[in-house]
Design a protein around this ligand. Structure first.
Ligand code: ARG
Ligand code: ZN
Length: 421
């Protein structure tokens, strides 16, 4: 008996150390910028984007628009020949992305001893406890709701901040894409600002919460998020096994409005796999059901990604202007001006298809098309495509989180104020 226990402990111990050792290493993975110059270049890159080995960080848009892709040493050998053959201008912007990942890890070690998770890249269980404790300690304004569970049985938790006077609802979700670590930290930052602001009688927050209730889901893809922490830093999709070795659906291609009408893939191994059918994923269904439960109550729907420094309106599935585009742009201008006022961070605004690329099945389009929420925006936080920190992409160090949280909060506050009667 004692022996069995001993062996179980030994086995668990070994598994734990293997789990650490099993972190996938992106040693000498190169981040490469491409500049397609001809329609042929665009066509080629679009085809390569379907391949799992061609990990696009910034998708193809058109000629003379930059594409950023992460290539393993093998993939680099293969594609650099093709770049040469087809004369596609290219430049290596990062020789070894693992070095950036390590730098990000070091930035997190520095804050490990701090008890609060505000401004940090916290783990799933820390985020859940944070919300639960917040609700316990601020039961007058904070509550939480489990909107669903994931394939790996994690909770999709919504933090609700409201007063008896709140009239309209604001939706904010973060972490739909696992590797975008700057976004859950930003949702937490926003929650903290609202709760502490209200409890400290800050007039702006009191005024806000007398009109709005905030429904914030900091982790829309907790399975993928945990996997990106434990095993594969650059994971994007959820973790549901699909076929063979192919795991995961891109949740932002799975929403049931104009599903699979462009910019998404029917190949389960693709990073932009749209799922076997529209709304096939538990995470998608949880958000849709929650939004539908309060149909008509939503003042705005905000879904937060990183990176690029964009404040997107719909549509994503078509180049057409969304309904009342001028008004949406006016509101996006108010938000991005307020965001910029904090640290000087410049966001570009407009329809995501027009600015970036066509991508269907996004939650922002669903919010407009199915749920009828006019003010639906998709944010892409720091870093930008060019300029300071741009070569970090998803590996931006943790010490940027407070600044990103603060400026995003300011943008959102300005937006929702502009939507008040
Ligand atoms: N980078 C985001 C994505 O690829 C942008 C989504 C914009 N919205 C959209 N519906 N296409 O998922
Ligand atoms: Zn994203």
């Amino acid at each position: 008996m004692i022996q069995t226990k001993f062996f179980i402990c030994l086995a668990l111990g070994l598994m734990a150390s293997f789990a650490r050792a099993e972190q996938f290493q992106f040693k000498n993975y190169r981040l490469v910028n491409l500049l397609p110059e001809t329609p042929v270049h665009v066509q080629l890159i679009s085809e390569w984007e379907e391949n799992a080995e061609f990990d696009v960080w910034t998708r193809i848009k058109g000629t003379n628009e930059r594409v950023t892709v992460l290539l393993s040493p093998d993939a680099f050998l293969k594609y650099s020949l093709l770049f040469k053959l087809f004369k596609i201008p290219n430049s290596i912007v990062e020789e070894d992305i693992q070095a950036r990942i390590d730098e990000q890890q070091r930035s997190m070690v520095l804050t490990k001893s701090q008890k609060s998770i505000v401004g940090k890249f916290a783990r799933y269980s820390e985020i859940i406890s944070y919300i639960d404790n917040l609700a316990l300690q601020n039961s007058d304004i904070v509550s939480s709701y489990v909107a669903g569970t994931t394939y790996e049985n994690r909770n999709l938790k919504v933090a609700i901040i409201k007063t008896p006077a709140s009239k309209k609802k604001v939706w904010i979700d973060c972490g739909i894409h696992a590797r975008e670590w700057m976004t859950p930290s930003t949702c937490i930052w926003i929650i903290n600002k609202l709760v502490t602001g209200y409890q400290n009688f800050e007039p702006e927050v009191v005024q806000l919460l007398n009109y709005y209730e905030f429904h914030i889901m900091p982790l829309q893809n907790p399975d993928g998020y945990e996997y990106s922490h434990t095993t594969y830093r650059l994971w994007r999709k959820n973790r549901r096994p699909i076929r063979g070795n192919c795991i995961g659906v891109d949740l932002n291609r799975n929403y049931g409005y104009k599903w699979m009408t462009g910019g998404s893939s029917d190949q389960p191994c693709s990073d932009i796999y749209a799922g076997p059918s529209a709304d096939s994923e538990a995470e998608t269904q949880a958000v849709e059901n929650y939004i539908n439960k309060y149909k008509g109550d939503w003042a705005t729907f905000l879904t937060i990604h990183t990176y690029g420094q964009w404040w997107f309106t719909s549509w994503g599935y078509t180049y057409d202007d969304p309904p009342e585009y001028d008004d949406l742009k006016a509101k996006a201008k108010i938000a991005t001006d307020a965001l910029k006022a904090v640290n000087g961070t410049v966001f570009t605004y407009g329809s995501s298809a027009q600015i970036l690329y066509i991508a269907s099945g996004g939650s922002d389009d669903w919010a407009v098309g199915n749920a009828g929420i006019k003010y639906s925006f998709c944010l892409e936080l720091r870093p930008g495509q060019t300029g300071i920190d741009s070569n970090y992409g998803f590996t931006l160090p943790e010490d940027r989180a407070p600044m990103v949280g603060e400026e995003t909060y300011a943008g959102i506050v300005a937006l929702v104020k502009s939507l008040m009667p």
